[in-house]
Design a protein around this ligand. Structure first.
Ligand SMILES: Nc1ncnc2c1ncn2[C@@H]1O[C@H](COP(=O)(O)OP(=O)(O)O)[C@@H](O)[C@H]1O
Ligand SMILES: [Mg+2]
Length: 358
């Protein structure tokens, strides 16, 4: 007779590379049931976007089928995204808040934020996207929602976020004519951002991305003061000057104890629309050097590509419009890397013994 202990023993050979521990000790194996020569169980990961999900499933299947008395395995892969600091949260249902930031404008923050958010939602995660660019909101256009108005519950003073491509989103751009917010000063910007966080029915989300305005101003300050920010994804282009600006961005978040999740090198190479050949228009390797200097990694290199821009402008982000394209794959890889690193950051905060043991 095969026992639950036999199954756990077999599965304890599988090591999660991110936590350096086996999946049994990590508590990922749940609901084991054994019927004769068949076993069923669940592996609950820390994110639906886990890049090694399928590898885990295959390893688990091989491990239990290696038990002589087991001939069939029914494995359910599930996930539960962890929340780092639930107690000090303005948004109790939101597990992770991630700033998508850069030192300078025009590097592709909004494009990255939209595609990253949608790619994350495509894995089954519950995702929100807050347009933090109060001065120059571009989320309405990029999500194909320009001209729509979020519903307002006047009794409670709560906005319902709009939804498209599987994500919930809110922007000051939904609430006022284009260009009007540009004249606001610091305190108004801070209070607008606070309202977009607090007075919106976000519901339960695994990841809330915030598309930041460029630089290190009021929005950055307000966000980090009002809510626990899990980490920042820094977007840069390969040009030296953009890298310098990115450096400032990383340092600003470090000062307020928001870790850099990693760097996205956007417009990293040009893909010729005619012949498909890729060429490095700007210097290579700058983002990698930056990563080294700040002890963080380049999570993805997104090409400078006309289809990315055209789809952005048309409100049909490329990950949604062409999910099987190479460009979409770059964003899907990015989503997996971001999710992985958030899981590691959260595990460190919640479960310090796991990291200090051994
Ligand atoms: N990888 C890319 N390839 C082609 N065009 C891009 C890419 N990333 C961004 N863009 C375009 O560059 C412009 C600026 O991008 P945006 O995301 O608005 O930058 P930011 O939010 O940093 O100001 C937009 O027109 C956008 O469509
Ligand atoms: Mg932007």
């Amino acid at each position: 007779m095969t026992t639950e202990a036999d199954i756990l023993k077999a599965l304890s050979s599988i090591i999660d590379p991110d936590f350096n521990k086996d999946i049994v000790s990590l508590g990922f194996v749940k609901n084991i049931s054994i019927q004769g020569d068949k076993v069923a169980f669940t592996i609950e990961l820390t994110t639906p976007a886990c890049p090694v999900k399928e590898a885990f499933r295959q390893q688990a299947e091989a491990a239990v089928l290696a038990i002589p008395a087991i001939n069939a395995a029914d494995i359910t892969m599930s996930s539960k995204v962890q929340q780092a600091e639930p107690e000090k949260d303005l948004l109790p249902g939101v597990a992770n808040i991630i700033a998508v930031a850069s030192g300078k404008g025009g590097v592709g923050k909004s494009t990255t934020a939209v595609n990253l958010a949608i790619a994350m939602a495509q894995t089954g995660a519950r995702v929100g996207l807050l347009d933090g660019d109060i001065y120059g909101p571009s989320i309405p256009r990029m999500t194909g929602l320009a001209g729509y108005m979020p519903a307002i519950d006047h009794d409670k003073n709560i906005l319902t976020p709009l939804e498209n491509y599987g994500i919930k989103t809110i922007s000051i751009g939904f609430l006022m004519p284009e260009g009007e917010a540009v004249v606001w000063r610091g305190p108004m910007v801070a209070s607008a951002l606070t309202q977009l966080l607090r007075d919106v029915a976000w519901g339960d989300l695994d990841y809330l991305f915030v598309d930041m305005p460029p630089g290190t101003g009021d929005v950055q300050l307000t966000l980090t003061q009002k809510v626990p920010v899990t980490g920042a994804v820094l977007v840069t282009t390969p040009q030296d000057i953009a890298l310098l600006d990115c450096r400032k961005g990383i340092e600003m978040f470090q000062k307020v104890n928001v870790p850099a999740i990693g760097i996205v090198e956007n417009m990293s190479q040009f893909i010729c629309p005619h012949c498909g050949e890729s060429s490095h228009i700007f210097a290579e390797g700058g983002a990698a050097k930056l990563g080294e200097a700040y002890n963080t990694d380049v999570l993805a290199q997104i090409p400078l590509d006309i289809a990315i821009r055209e789809n952005s402008d048309a409100g049909t982000p490329i990950v949604a419009a062409m999910p099987d394209s190479d460009q979409a794959k770059a964003y899907q890889t990015l989503a997996g890397e971001v999710a992985r690193r958030i899981s590691i950051l959260n595990r460190r905060k919640i479960d310090i013994p796991i990291m200090t043991e051994g």
